[in-house]
Design a protein around this ligand. Structure first.
Ligand code: FES
Length: 327
């Protein structure tokens, strides 16, 4: 069996082209009738054996894009990123039908919320491969007869992934936008008429999500996003040391400027699950019992950050001199 605690052995059932540079990877569980249940917006770790230069497994997160009602298969849409961190090229170039890998239990930091009012509207904005977590949301939106629209954007028509799925959607709810035909997507214009009853769900490249976040600051509509990669650190930011009090284990640890909380906890023998170590997957989340976190992740919402009750210890630090954690 591949992988560590909480990982599920899985076999590659199919590899199918799903657009330029995009592969639909279909996995089946090994030794179990089905995979764990999941909800639209969830992602899971793929544990890719011998994936890095030292022969250690690569662990990468990908959104589940199949049907949550069918647990006999997990579907992932994976864009080959030649300049990425190696996970997508490993899947594209080395993973074959019949190979066994491991999958982590699904986690969801991009949940598709129930509609708040009968007149509520849902606007999906997908940038390129960002369509993957949105596909199962579309299925649910149609099953619940919601008022929804999808704008699927890409640099060119060839780079729109999952074209067959998009072509099967009701045409009056779908807008395809290709930059090479129509220029950059006019987000401000697109959202100009939306009111408090609209929730925007978006996933895609950082510039798209950054622009939406800045528009949302003064907008009546709600925004929910999922990032694939960490936001860059603000220019000129420097880290300072602080202390972490671990209430459950009774340890008091110093976090130097050049180490993360996660590193320090691990070095002290404390077990903390982690995966991306980049603040995007949510695996290393710990409860904050006292002190104020300096949030640097791309997982928590603005409200969750303001509450300050949880933090991603792989990247986030402390505002003050001491943080107390539930570990
Ligand atoms: S390990 Fe992924 S957010 Fe910390």
């Amino acid at each position: 069996m591949m992988g560590g605690a909480g990982h599920i052995p899985a076999r590659v059932l199919r590899r199918e082209p799903a657009g330029e540079g995009v592969l639909r990877l279909v996995l089946a569980p090994v030794g179990a009738p089905g995979f764990p249940a999941w909800q639209p917006g969830a992602h899971a770790d793929l544990v890719l054996p011998g994936g890095d230069a030292a022969g250690e497994p690569l662990v990468r997160q990908y959104s589940l894009c199949g049907d949550p009602a069918d647990l006999s298969e997990y579907h992932f849409g994976i864009l080959r990123e030649a300049d990425g961190r190696g996970g997508s090229t490993w899947v594209h170039d080395r993973l074959r039908v019949g190979d066994e890998i491991a999958v982590g239990a699904p986690r969801n930091h991009f949940p598709f919320a129930p509609v708040a009012a009968p007149a509520a509207r849902t606007l999906f904005i997908a940038g390129g491969i960002g369509i993957t977590p949105i596909l199962p949301m579309l299925r649910q939106a149609m099953a619940e007869d919601r008022d929804w629209r999808l704008v699927a954007a890409a640099r060119s028509r060839a780079r729109l992934p999952f074209r067959a799925e998009l072509a099967a959607l009701p045409a009056h709810r779908l807008r395809l936008h290709c930059d090479d035909e129509a220029g950059l997507l006019d987000l401000a214009g697109l959202l100009a008429g939306e009111g408090a009853g609209t929730t925007v769900y978006s996933c895609g490249p950082a510039p798209l999500l950054d622009a939406l976040q800045s528009l949302a600051e003064d907008a009546p509509w709600q925004l929910r996003i999922e990032r694939f990669s960490a936001q860059p650190a603000p220019a000129g930011r420097s880290d300072r040391p602080f202390e972490v009090v671990c209430r459950a284990s009774g340890k008091r640890l110093r976090v130097p400027a050049d180490k993360s909380v996660l590193q320090v906890l691990r070095e002290a023998g404390l077990r903390v699950e982690s995966s991306c170590r980049d603040g995007v997957c949510g695996t290393c989340e710990l409860r904050v019992l006292a002190g104020t976190p300096d949030h640097r992740d791309s997982v928590l919402t603005a409200e969750e950050r303001a509450e300050g009750t949880h933090m991603m210890v792989c990247v986030s630090r402390a505002v003050g001199d001491v943080l107390e954690l539930d570990i």
